[in-house]
Every structure is written in C-alpha cells, then in structure tokens.
Write a protein that binds this ligand. Structure first.
Ligand code: 5RP
Length: 232
C-alpha cells in the first residue's frame, strides 16, 4: 500500500470490518475496498475467535473469503443478512449511489436488499454533489437481444457503451450477462431513472442504488468519518 488514497481506503475498510459481531450473517461486497474489508474481517475472526457466516456478492469475493477461511453460504441458504459491507463508485448528499464499475451490481443489489443494515465504505473523493457527469451508470443486460436493449436505453435519452475487454469480447458478469455503461445528461431523479430502466425488457438491474445505504464510512488520510443515514 503506497498512496494516500490506499491508506484512506484501508481505513474505511477496517472500520467496516470492525462493525461485524459474533454470530452475524454478513454480506461481503465486491471491489478493492470490499476486498480489504474481507481481509480485515478474516483477521478479526481468527484474532477474536468470532464465528460468522458470509454471503459473497461475486465469485472474486467468494474466492478471497474462502482462501482466508471465512465460512460462506449461498444467499438462498439464509433468510436474511444482519449486515452487508460494500464499496461504491459515487455517492451524493442524499446517499444515493452509483455502483457496479466492477460489474457485480446485480448481486450487490440483491444482497443489499436482503440485509438489515447496509454499510458503504468509500474514500472522500467518491462523494459528489450530483451523480453521473463523471461516472457511467452500469446497467446489467441480458446478452439475448443486447443491441435491442441498448437501443431502448438510448431512447430514454442516454448515451451507451457496451462494456468490452481489450480483445473486444463482451465483459460478462458472474451471472453471464452484459454490462451497458450509460451516461444520462439529466440525473436529477436517480430513483425515477432506475425505475424507467428496470421497465425495459432485457434490463436485469442498474447500478443506481437508492435507499440502500444505512451507514456511510468515509476513509480519509488520517481519520474515518461515519455518517448514519436518517431512515425515511
Ligand atoms: C463493484 C462495485 C464496487 O463496490 C465499486 O465499483 C467500488 O469499487 P472500489 O472499492 O474498487 O473502488 O460496485 O460492482
């Protein structure tokens, strides 16, 4: 770890892992911050002899957790999660988020919706006044009829790019779906846009996460800020 931003990220990840208590069922997010949190959590499980069960939001996170000795279950093997801990790409003052740059948005959203307490761990640069201008909204789309679904997304006023690997092959999610990265010029109402996108045939979910953050942890160079989100 060498940059200031790495230290800030690690601080947020550690603070997230510290929220886990013995006996909890824990949702493990995806991405670099979530991976750091998984490492801190694994160290606590050993050091403090805690027993938890975890549900991973991606194959990558499941592989890491397994390597570190964290007991995993499938989501459908538990009836709820006590807490889920995940990163985000952007978050606005209403705690609305864009997630999914790592492509795990569908599973992340399903796990967040099954969790009693949703914790988001970020660095300060992820806080924005308005979602969108600098960050595409990833939309998970069935590969069947992908071009048609992309056109329907564009008809809602967005510009789109199907996510591809350097060799031009489709980047596929763990569920075998494509990702369409979208920019919308007018993102005043993320919940409304999320609903409009989700109405399109072929769209499985979007990276707009509204009402899915209960606690925000912001790692900075020398501190951690924790913000409780008021329940509406
Ligand atoms: C993956 C995600 C990640 O949580 C998000 O992209 C943040 O990642 P990182 O912690 O690496 O910045 O939504 O689908």
């Amino acid at each position: 770890m060498n940059s200031n931003s790495d230290h800030a990220k690690d601080r947020a990840a550690r603070a997230g892992a510290d929220l886990v208590r013995d006996g909890m069922i824990v949702g493990l997010g995806s991405g670099s911050t979530a991976a750091l949190m998984v490492r801190h959590l694994a160290a606590r499980l050993v050091g403090e002899r805690l027993a938890i069960v975890a549900v991973a939001t991606s194959r990558a996170t499941a592989d890491l957790a397994r390597t570190l000795g964290i007991a995993l279950k499938e989501l459908d093997e538990v009836d709820h999660l006590d807490i889920s801990l995940d990163g985000a790409d952007e978050i606005d003052p209403q705690f609305r988020m864009i997630k999914g740059r790592g492509g795990a948005l569908l599973r992340e959203k399903v796990v967040a919706c099954a969790s009693t307490h949703r914790v988001t761990m970020i660095t300060a640069d992820k806080r924005v006044e308005r979602l969108g201008p600098g960050m595409p909204i990833p939309v998970e789309v069935s590969t069947f009829g992908l071009a048609h679904t992309e056109r329907h997304i564009r008809e809602l006023g967005g510009t789109t790019a199907i996510r591809r690997a350097p060799d031009s092959s489709l980047v596929l999610t763990d569920g075998g779906n494509a990702i369409v990265d979208c920019h919308f010029p007018d993102l005043d109402d993320p919940a409304a846009l999320d609903a409009r996108l989700q109405c399109l045939a072929g769209v499985l979910d979007t990276g707009l996460f509204v009402g899915l953050c209960d606690l925000l942890i912001v790692g900075t160079l020398d501190d951690v800020e924790t913000l409780e989100v008021p329940r509406s």
